[in-house]
Design a protein around this ligand. Structure first.
Ligand SMILES: C[S@@+](CC[C@H](N)C(=O)[O-])C[C@H]1O[C@@H](n2cnc3c(N)ncnc32)[C@H](O)[C@@H]1O
Length: 228
């Protein structure tokens, strides 16, 4: 049995019979839980401003993980129009606070609308307009139960360094787009975003401080727990 920190290269032989290859099964898992009108409204706003929110399955995973770690303090990079934020807030403890960072104040205005229409009290979210790499270093060490990253892909390595500092022992960090439009698994793709995400996956999968998992939901969700 490979130990923690051992990186398994993808194979097409030994795992084949245990691997879901049908798009229908992936779609079934993705839509296992349905979304309500508030998440749908957040998605409509995202389309209006031309950004792509987390998938339905990825949102369900975020809600689940926030609940599993009984999250009270969460950092999000890439507020967008609030689809992932609403999933996180719903999984968090009832008095939990989401601190969410985005370069675009307009996206955050729409996220605020998504949260308030869904009945989330204003004291439960703190939206900070700015660049993630300016804001994250100002947040307190080991004060967060969960850090969720959905910002600029070429900066994922730097977000990882910050997440390691921000997450408390036992807390979790989660990165969206970990399979980046099927490009990560295709060795012929070497664009800067794909390379940055591959480097992140290599760092996370070999870091003995972390217990990690790569989920094929949406565009790929990488989750890692800081071992307490
Ligand atoms: C894919 S969207 C986020 C979607 C959101 N997580 C959701 O599921 O609803 C990415 C967001 O990251 C923001 N962004 C891009 N680069 C950023 C940076 N360097 N710092 C902070 N936010 C950034 C964009 O403005 C955009 O709103």
């Amino acid at each position: 049995m490979p130990g923690r920190g051992t990186r398994l290269e993808p194979t097409t032989s030994s795992t084949e019979e245990h691997t879901i290859t049908s798009a229908a099964s992936l779609a079934y898992a993705e839509d296992f839980l349905s979304e309500d009108d508030h998440l749908a409204a957040g998605r409509r706003r995202a389309e209006e401003v031309g950004i792509v929110p987390v998938s339905t399955g990825a949102g369900a995973a975020l809600q689940f993980l926030a609940g599993a770690v009984q999250a009270r303090n969460v950092v999000e990079v890439g507020t967008g129009t609030g689809v992932s934020g609403l999933a996180l807030l719903r999984g968090m403890q009832p008095d939990g606070v989401l601190t969410s960072v985005d370069l675009e104040a307009e996206h955050q205005r729409l996220a605020r609308q998504t949260f308030s229409e869904a009945g989330i009290a204003p004291q439960r979210f703190r939206l900070i307009a700015g660049s993630a790499l300016d804001v994250m270093p100002r947040l307190t060490d080991a004060a967060y139960d969960l850090v969720f990253v959905d910002g600029e892909k070429v900066e994922y390595g730097e977000y990882f360094d910050q997440a390691l500092r921000l997450v408390r022992p036992g807390g979790v960090m989660v990165f969206d787009n970990a399979l980046w439009h099927d490009r990560v698994a295709d060795p012929s793709q070497r664009d800067p975003e794909t390379a940055a995400i591959r480097a992140l996956l290599a760092s996370v999968s070999t870091d003995d401080r972390l217990r990690s998992l790569l989920l094929p939901l949406g565009d790929g969700l990488l989750a890692a727990q800081l071992i307490g």
